[in-house]
Design a protein around this ligand. Structure first.
Ligand SMILES: Cc1ncc(COP(=O)(O)O)c(C=O)c1O
Length: 322
């Protein structure tokens, strides 16, 4: 049995066990203003700037088979995003880390999607004064069962992507994509177009015929044994970083630069990557097969390496379940 089958089969077993749960946290658990509640009951105050003006940043680590992957890297990115927005973490990083670990433990999920949101907090409706003295950011946390951007069932054969025709990626000069944000106007339009065109993953360009990213994932193109991924106009994903590190270990060249659409359409292999689903092969693009339409050897190699790292003590923390 290869790594691919065994990884997904063992996940499936854990997911079946989850389906048997009927307790109040079975669908998710949230932490809001120091209180823990079922996710379906969690509420945001209307006057929170995160809700009123999208003035927030967030991050999403994941738990796989009882271990959280690269939590410190996610917390560092959250802190860096806060700084770029002239926000600060509402609590010391170590305290937030412990809150996250405790919430996962309480959730009981062995595979989980963990979201941390920092908003600018509660102000008047129209505030022009964002000076640090006036800012009391709010923290929201929730944990749900593991989320797949592309359904797990599609991983063995690969998913279909489209290059969106109706929308481009918002330019970095308007919304800084390196700050993980929920201004999903472009992605929401892209997702609608993806559904209309019967595919699973939208690829957005920068409006100048270069590839950027998709709705919650980075994109890698493989051509002649070399990886290519966009340098600009994208979130610097932790999964993307993991792929770059695997490439370095495996001595597979990787170019982080502008990726012209011509390269995308002539790719040997394409895969997308995100914390919500890991690496996902893309075997169709705009209704045509990518090369021979099969999951390629480089994608498979990186897929295996990525999941193997989820058992590496240097990158993971064991969750102590109650
Ligand atoms: C726009 C965008 N790009 C890329 C990613 C992948 O980032 P990561 O690998 O850190 O999950 C995400 C994750 O949600 C995202 O929202």
């Amino acid at each position: 049995m290869n790594t691919f089958q065994s990884t997904l089969e063992s996940f499936q077993k854990r997911e079946d066990a989850l389906k048997a749960r009927e307790d109040p946290f079975a669908d998710g658990i949230a932490w809001v203003e120091g209180e823990i509640m079922p996710l379906s009951q969690a509420r945001i105050p209307l006057a929170d700037q995160g809700f009123l003006h999208g003035d927030l940043t967030y991050d999403v680590p994941a738990v796989w088979d009882g271990r959280i992957f690269r939590l410190d890297d996610h917390l560092d990115r959250l802190e860096a995003s806060c700084h770029k927005l002239r926000l600060f973490l509402p609590k010391p990083k170590e305290e937030i880390k412990q809150l996250v670990l405790d919430l996962i433990s309480k959730s009981g999920f062995r595979d989980a999607y963990v979201e941390l949101i920092v908003t600018r907090g509660i102000h008047s409706i129209r505030t022009l004064d964002m000076s640090p003295a006036k800012v009391e950011p709010n923290l929201y946390l929730f944990v749900t069962p593991y989320v797949w951007v592309v359904p797990m069932a599609l991983h063995s054969h690969g998913a279909a992507a489209i290059v969106t025709r109706t929308v481009r990626r918002i330019p970095p000069g308007a919304v800084d994509p390196t700050v993980k944000n929920l201004q999903w106007g472009d992605f929401n339009r892209a997702i609608l177009e993806t559904q209309d065109r019967g595919a699973q993953a939208p690829f957005l360009t920068d409006g100048d015929s270069n590839l950027t990213e998709g709705s919650g994932f980075n994109i890698f193109i493989v051509k002649g044994g070399v990886l290519h991924t966009a340098r600009r106009g994208v979130l610097e994903g932790i999964t993307r970083r993991t792929v770059l590190e695997i490439a370095e270990d495996e001595k597979i060249p990787c170019h982080v630069e502008d990726v012209p659409m011509g390269l995308v359409y002539s790719a040997d292999e394409i895969f997308i990557c995100t914390t919500a689903g890991g690496l996902m092969p893309i075997t169709g693009l705009d209704g045509q097969p990518v090369a021979d339409g099969k999951v390629g050897p480089i994608t498979s190699k990186f897929w295996d390496a990525y999941w193997a790292l989820h058992y590496d003590p240097k990158l993971t923390i064991d969750i102590m379940y109650g």
